[in-house]
Design a protein around this ligand. Structure first.
Ligand code: FES
Length: 93
């Protein structure tokens, strides 16, 4: 993969192996929304219902993802950082 440096006000993250340049001080949930995942980025284990950003304040746990190998993080509370690896889909916590 070739990559040019991110602008000073952006960081580089990967979401499911797709590289993204995201403005600094955004949450992972905001980055996923910017990427076009308004409908959600995981499904529930039993019903397969799509979940993503709902409350945006850490209360509902709908926005879970695996960040840098740590499963079940509420992405609406995690700020993006350069080199961060985000995995979406079903989260087993
Ligand atoms: S959107 Fe509700 S906890 Fe993140």
């Amino acid at each position: 993969m070739t990559s040019s440096p991110a602008p000073d006000d952006h960081v580089r993250i990967t979401v499911d192996d797709v590289p993204l340049s995201v403005p600094v001080r955004r949450t992972v949930a905001a980055a996923l929304m910017l990427e076009g995942r308004q409908a959600g980025w995981r499904v529930t284990r039993r019903a397969g219902a799509e979940r993503g950003l709902f409350c945006g304040i850490g209360v509902c746990y709908d926005c879970l993802a695996t960040v840098d190998g740590r499963p079940g993080l509420r992405t609406c509370l995690v700020q993006v950082a350069d080199g961060m690896d985000v995995r979406t889909g079903t989260v087993d916590v």
